[in-house]
Ligand binder design. Structure first.
Ligand code: SF4
Length: 312
């Protein structure tokens, strides 16, 4: 499969089959905390970055086997809404395989465009992110493509809320000394009230991001920030344990990863090549193994290395 990955146990969506709609790393943002590396094509141009007919063919072949899934998720190695054929894929699943729920994980930057809102209308859940309200923070954290305007993005998200009947879980990724200040949280709270999502999900780094200066916000600070959003519906998702597992399958992949890095520490790219695994799939396993203390990461000259935690 070229464009499908997993199914992977996901923190927020249970057992999820991933669908890639853009190649690595086409995105409208270049976030300092991104786990899939620097954006190589920073754009807001929508087009068929990946041929939709091929995605539909793969999905058809896969879903004919009636796999057990909690969600089919559009996420991947960049921003899925940049693919102008996304609506066709969503509609295909809903018509031919209505038993499956659809999730769209997006940076939320394109919902000011009515066409994009139309295309996601048949999804079951949309998980957009919003990390900054002030222009200064938007540029510092998200480093947007030319022409993106944050107030327009927030307008777009609140339009989406009015038109979309499914659930919206809004993620806020917190970066110490940038958007975790009282002032920024105050602005975010106002924006969130306007957007009115079903749930606010606070996240922070749980493994090294694109830029070395980005660290995790402490657990105490995360709790304080959560209180600042209350009584709005808010939860912390950082460092949550993977809730669901795929018996056998998950253990096998974990075992492979552990056996490989036990012999020698590897970068993400090394592991992708050795295990022939999709970056997002690998990410989920690495995050889970870091959280459970089986693996740790270290930034060295050639990049971020994953190492085995010897118990002794
Ligand atoms: S929007 Fe997502 S994929 Fe794009 S740079 Fe930010 S974190 Fe990475």
């Amino acid at each position: 499969m070229k464009y499908l990955f997993g199914p992977v146990p996901s923190r927020r969506l249970g057992i999820s089959l991933g669908v890639d709609l853009v190649p690595h790393k086409v995105c409208s943002l270049n976030c300092v905390y991104c786990e899939v590396g620097r954006t190589t094509l920073l754009t807001t141009e929508r087009k068929e970055y990946i041929p939709i007919s091929e995605v539909l063919q793969e999905l058809n072949e896969y879903l004919l086997q009636k796999p057990e899934l909690d969600y089919i998720t559009f996420s991947g190695q960049g921003e899925p809404t940049l693919n102008s054929g996304m609506g066709k894929v969503i509609d295909f699943i809903k018509t031919d395989y209505p038993q499956y729920k659809i999730a769209v994980i997006t940076n939320g930057t394109l919902f000011w465009d009515e066409k994009v809102r139309q295309e996601v209308r048949n999804a079951d859940v949309i998980l957009p992110s919003l990390d900054a309200v002030s222009d200064l923070m938007f540029y510092k954290i998200n480093r947007p493509a030319k022409g993106l305007d944050n107030s327009r993005i927030i307008e777009g998200l609140s339009e989406l809320r009015k038109e979309f009947s499914g659930k919206i879980f809004l993620e806020i990724f917190l970066v110490p000394s940038l958007n975790d200040t009282e002032e920024e949280i105050g602005l975010l709270r106002e924006a969130v009230q306007k957007i009115n999502p079903d749930l606010i999900q606070l996240n922070t780094l749980d493994r090294p991001g694109t830029e070395a200066f980005v660290n995790a916000v402490s657990s105490e600070k995360m709790l304080q920030i959560k209180k600042m959003f209350e009584p709005l519906p808010v939860e912390i998702i950082a460092k949550a344990e993977i809730r669901k597992t795929i018996p056998g399958y998950k253990d096998k992949i974990e075992e492979f990863i552990l056996e490989t890095i036990k012999r020698r520490p590897c970068t993400e790219q090394d592991l992708i090549k050795i295990l022939n695994i999709h970056p997002n799939e690998l990410n989920k396993y690495l995050s889970g193994m870091i959280n459970t203390g089986k693996v740790y990461s270290e930034r060295l000259e050639r990049g971020i290395f994953f190492k085995y935690c010897h118990k002794d």
